[in-house]
Design a protein around this ligand. Structure first.
Ligand SMILES: [Cu+2]
Length: 117
């Protein structure tokens, strides 16, 4: 009886741990439009400025994987910062002015077409 109770408490502690850890450090994958290595630098640095501890944008999949402390920043704040630097994210459209200030190679197709309409 005693032994079972101890095991039960131990089980509770162990199962609760991942929840505690994930409450602080979150990892999210966000679709972000972009073209090249320069875009990657811009996107990643914007995400980091917004508080991401890790930011990795994949040129092929157009996915930005960010890790951040949820008590300091959010998925939303990071997406806003990336959009402010000129890149479209899932939730926010890239800032036009910032986009137009990007190098030619970075003016990714989707936006270019939209601008030419
Ligand atoms: Cu680029």
């Amino acid at each position: 009886m005693m032994k079972n109770t101890k095991l039960f408490i131990l089980g509770l502690l162990l199962s609760g741990m991942p929840m505690i850890a994930s409450a602080q450090s979150k990892t999210e994958t966000i679709k972000v439009a972009g073209n090249c290595g320069m875009c990657q630098k811009h996107i990643e640095s914007a995400a980091k400025k917004a508080g991401a501890t890790e930011a990795k944008w994949n040129k092929k999949t157009k996915e930005l994987t960010v890790s951040f402390d949820a008590s300091k920043t959010s998925d939303d704040a990071i997406q806003k910062a990336v959009a402010a630097s000129g890149y479209d994210t899932e939730k926010y459209a890239g800032d036009e002015k910032a986009y137009n200030g990007l190098d030619e190679c970075c003016q990714y197709e989707g936006k270019k077409k939209a601008a030419n309409k």
